[in-house]
Design a binder for this molecule. Structure first.
Ligand code: ACO
Length: 345
């Protein structure tokens, strides 16, 4: 059976740091409140020179370098984002224009669950034999839609991008199981209004230069605690494993209390749970690939390790999967790493 190993990974965040003390000067809040309720100390925020494209391209270049591949060896680019730079064309085509090559390119929208949805989709192109090498990017610049007078949301979000390269292997590597779910009835709890083809009738909304993210924090919190545990548990079971076999939980980085609750449900000790939200906040679709990149850089991921990725987000949506880390069986010979999507381009 073919599998889709993760053979390259990368991340990018903007240079500008927005700390809790910066926020104390903008809204009525405190470092103590933010840290105790969320675990976040600072986040990265896009500046004038940054864009969803620039972050995605920087992360993608690192992932390609790590895999030892050029852009024209990639067959397909899948970008998970809910904050594309424009709606026509796709974010994936904007990324490809910078990287080069003629890979197929499309976007996938599942908010903060987007990277795991995209990993699952992309893995299937490789597992079925349709493609050999796929670039998967999770990127968001949600701070462009944050209301910096609303203390209940502006403390949470940061910007960033993470990317992985998937390559075919006969060894059991990459995604071993997938759980995807959504509850559209919960869409009203987390959304950005009026940023699409539908023209809302509210004159006030139309007058806004840019709509702001709306969130019912308590509702999302309850939902997240429930689905993180359930989805992660189902993914482990579908992989034919138990939590004793799991080396690391890499959860969506939204709130330390949500992650702690999920870890307790799954009976995982804290040292098996990767958390970096203190430095980045919630980077939406980027949070899991950024966490993967940092866990590897810290020497915490070894060949053959079993990782659980689990996310929740707008939709409401959720996604989980077991990933077996490593590149066993991936062909490094230039002969079998020919040109990518250009063959039919
Ligand atoms: N500073 C100080 N006080 C605050 C702040 C703040 N930044 N924000 C809210 N408060 C106040 C509230 O006004 C309230 O005051 P009151 O009791 O006088 O009315 C009090 O703190 C408690 O508010 P709660 O909303 O009950 O606070 P809670 O403990 O639920 O924490 C939070 C709020 C952090 C938003 C939490 O609900 C949460 O993390 N929810 C999940 C959000 C999330 O993960 N969203 C991203 C989803 S992923 C995606 O797709 C984008």
């Amino acid at each position: 059976m073919r599998h889709a190993a993760i053979s390259g990974w990368g991340m990018a965040v903007p240079e500008r740091i927005l700390s809790n003390s910066d926020l104390e000067r903008m809204v009525e809040t405190s470092d103590e409140w933010i840290v105790s309720r969320t675990g976040i100390k600072e986040r990265r925020v896009v500046g004038p020179g940054d864009s969803t494209t620039s972050l995605a391209v920087a992360a993608a270049r690192q992932a390609l370098d790590r895999a030892g591949l050029a852009a024209d060896q990639i067959d397909l680019i899948v970008v998970a984002t809910c904050t594309p730079d424009q709606f026509l064309v796709s974010q994936a085509c904007l990324v490809q224009a910078e990287l080069g090559g003629n890979a197929g390119a499309f976007d996938l929208g599942a908010a903060c669950s987007g990277f795991v949805y995209a990993l699952s989709t992309a893995s299937q192109f490789v597992q079925t034999g349709c493609h050999e090498r796929v670039l998967v990017i999770g990127v968001d610049t949600l701070t462009r839609f944050v209301d910096y007078t609303d203390r209940t949301t502006c403390i949470l979000f940061g910007d960033g991008a993470g990317a992985v390269v998937l390559e075919a292997t006969d060894e059991p590597r990459g995604l071993l199981s997938t759980v995807l779910g959504a509850d559209g009835a919960g869409a009203k709890h987390l959304y950005i209004p009026g940023w699409g083809a539908y023209v809302p009738e509210s004159a006030a909304l139309l007058a806004e230069p840019r709509p702001h993210l709306q969130m019912n924090g308590q509702e999302v919190f309850r939902f997240a605690v429930r689905v993180m545990g359930e989805a992660a548990g189902a993914a482990v079971e579908r992989a034919g494993l138990t939590f004793a076999d799991i080396d690391m939980l890499i959860p969506h980085q939204a709130n330390a209390r949500i992650i702690d609750a999920a870890a307790r449900t799954l009976d995982l000790p804290r040292d098996k749970v990767w958390m970096n939200l203190d430095r980045y906040g919630n980077t939406s679709a980027a949070s899991i690939p950024i966490a993967l990149h940092e866990a590897e850089a810290a020497g915490r991921l070894r060949e053959g390790d079993n990782l659980v990725l689990v996310a929740f987000g707008g939709g409401l949506s959720w996604a989980a999967g077991v990933v077996r880390w490593g590149t066993a069986g991936v062909c490094r010979d230039p002969e079998c790493r020919g040109r990518g999507g250009a063959a039919t381009g």
